[in-house]
Design a protein around this ligand. Structure first.
Ligand code: 2PG
Length: 342
């Protein structure tokens, strides 16, 4: 039986034994941690840790030991990449999915799970080309296929030929059945986490309705209010504020810790879930966010450095020269990659 030891109420948890442990964080996510890894229990305000029959309460944690949240996240041994990590900065790429079949038909989509059009597929591949030199370590997508297709298609263009792999942590069987049994293969993988919290804002009774016909019926102003106001929800749907509550909480709990540990992260999500995350990153007011519009399939780059997000690409218009505005470290990485490949 596994034997987990919690050092005081704040600290690291180290596993000795033959099986993994489960760590349950403040947002109820459960992760399997393999034997032999120390677990940093930072970023969890409150949680339960269990190993066999033992259970531990974690009150507050911010230990500084080796952090291995997911085994497949181990950084590559590529020296260039390592130096990027040591610089204590990380890249964050946000991509709104490419055009979907309902974007094309001008229908309110929300949480309806609609795939990309051919144009959307092309947009995703184009987006992938623009970020092909940024070594993505980890991908978060919504639970919806249009975001997942976008992420996967974009990754076909990465110069570093790692394979994006969707993590299946929904239950123990899914976890065990999708396990990878080669350390080398794990190193050549990019974990992809699909989270409903990043889904598009739930559009309630507007889902499936034509946007133009709805404006004709209820008036342009009313429909604009439903679509772009901060705190007025569409009938039985989510306001941007409600969408932000879950999307930003997920970003803070699950994504920021990965950036803090130096991982380059890509998020493929939706117009409104990304608007709410950008509102948080850029400290926009509820008035400012009203005029924030995101194009489909345009990657936006942020650099996370010393706890701050520095925007490098424009979220407003498709003039994102900024996506190529590498920091010095990213530029060095790109140069070394060029030297290695030519
Ligand atoms: O229909 C939707 O789900 C969204 C995004 O396409 O529309 P809107 O532009 O109104 O936020």
């Amino acid at each position: 039986m596994a034997n987990a030891v919690l050092h005081q109420t704040v600290g690291t948890l180290q596993l000795h034994g033959s099986s993994g442990i489960h760590f349950q964080g403040g947002n109820n996510s459960v992760r399997l941690v393999p034997k032999g890894f120390k677990v940093e229990v930072g970023f969890c305000k409150r949680g339960i840790c269990s190993s066999g029959e033992k259970k531990f309460s974690i009150i507050q944690a911010s230990a500084s030991q080796t952090s291995v949240f997911y085994p497949v996240l181990s950084p590559s041994n590529n020296g260039t990449h390592e130096s990027l990590k040591k610089s204590n900065e990380a890249a964050l790429i946000l991509i709104r999915h490419g055009e979907s079949l309902w974007n094309e038909k001008n229908l309110f989509t929300g949480c309806v799970d609609v795939p990309l059009t051919k144009k959307g597929v092309e947009e995703a591949i184009e987006a992938g080309k623009r970020i092909s030199n940024i070594p993505v370590d980890m991908i978060f997508t919504s639970a919806l296929i249009r975001a997942q297709m976008t992420a996967m298609l974009a990754m076909t263009q990465q110069r570093r030929k790692k394979v994006p792999i969707i993590m299946h942590n929904e239950n123990e069987q899914a976890r065990v059945w999708s396990q990878i049994h080669s350390e080398d293969t794990i190193k050549q993988s990019i974990p992809v986490i699909a989270a409903w919290q990043l889904n598009e804002r739930m559009y309630g009774e507007l889902q499936g309705l034509n946007k133009q016909e709805t404006a004709d019926r209820f008036g342009k102003e009313k429909v604009h209010e439903w679509r772009r106001s901060y705190d007025i929800p569409p009938p039985n749907g989510e306001s941007l504020e409600m969408c932000a509550e879950r999307a930003v909480a997920y970003f803070k709990d699950e994504i920021e810790p990965q950036l803090l540990s130096g991982k380059n992260v890509m998020i493929a999500a939706h117009g409104n879930s990304l608007r709410s995350i950008i509102m948080y990153l850029d400290k926009l007011t509820s008035q400012e966010v009203i005029s924030l519009e995101l194009s489909t399939g345009i990657p936006m780059l942020y650099i996370f450095k010393e706890g701050k997000f520095i925007r490098r690409g424009s979220p407003i218009a498709p003039t994102e020269a900024g996506v190529y505005a590498y920091t010095r470290k990213l530029a060095q990485y790109r140069q070394k990659l060029d030297e290695m490949l030519h």
